[in-house]
Ligand binder design. Structure first.
Ligand code: ZN
Length: 241
């Protein structure tokens, strides 16, 4: 089985469509979204439509819940706040209800999905260092946890007491080890690479592989400017920061 897993679309329709096309060419069997469908980008409704039409299992991101009025916007920096207020005005009641009803955690037999961390998932902590990773590992009942939120792809691996970090493009999964996999961001990468990012977990080959996809960045930027969203949100797409 091949599972396509992605996060942080952030209303970037051009990036999301390119990722969906790439996923279909890669012949994945199931799709999962780790939240933040909306916020920052100019096409929140269109991105939501794809998630709903394709019945993609999705957990709640902080922007999703904030746009639905379910998460306090004082958490956000001024630019993010402005984008959330804009997004809230764009979405209809039904779309906001859908976002509000997204769960914080989704569990399957072999893995778990969460936007930020399993440590107080409702507070959306960033797993940026080993300390936060260990707090998440302590809450893990499965060997694999997929996360988003930081927009920086990479993998924390726990072997007993030892935790290491890998930014390798592909890793082979080993029994007895535990993994927290950040799948990167579809619509607003922040690892210095502007290409849209997602991962495929091949359960037969026991590999997790990161993919990067070209998309029409200029079009996404144009839409952000036309919408009257902060210009910096458009500019950062070019640099992937
Ligand atoms: Zn995000």
């Amino acid at each position: 089985m091949r599972l396509g897993i992605f996060a942080d679309i952030h209303g970037n329709l051009q990036a999301f469509e390119a990722v969906m096309l790439s996923l279909s060419m890669e012949k994945v069997d199931r799709l999962f979204c780790l939240g933040d469908i909306v916020g920052y980008g100019a096409n929140p409704s269109e991105c939501l439509n794809i998630i709903r039409k394709e019945n993609i299992i999705t957990v709640a991101g902080n922007h999703d819940w904030a746009a639905a009025g379910k998460f306090d916007i004082t958490y956000f920096n001024p630019m993010a706040k402005e984008a959330i207020i804009w997004t809230t005005q764009k979405l209809n009641k039904e779309e906001k209800d859908f976002l509000a009803n997204l769960p914080l955690i989704h569990k399957e037999d072999l893995f778990v999905l969460v936007h930020g961390s399993l440590e107080e998932p409702e507070r959306f902590h960033y797993i940026m260092d080993k300390k936060r990773a260990i707090s998440c590992f302590q809450q893990m009942q499965k060997a694999l946890c997929f996360v988003g939120h930081s927009h920086v792809p990479g993998i924390f691996i726990r072997d007993g007491q030892k935790v290491i970090y890998s930014s390798d493009k592909e890793i082979g999964l080993q029994e007895k080890l535990e993994y927290i996999v950040n799948v990167g961001s579809v619509g607003q990468p922040r690892d210095g690479n502007p290409l849209a990012c997602y991962c495929i977990w091949d359960t037969r080959k026991k590999t997790i592989t990161r993919y990067r996809v070209e998309y029409e960045i200029e079009e996404a930027q144009k839409r952000i400017m036309v919408a009257g969203l902060p210009t910096a949100l458009a500019l950062r797409l070019f640099v992937g920061r």
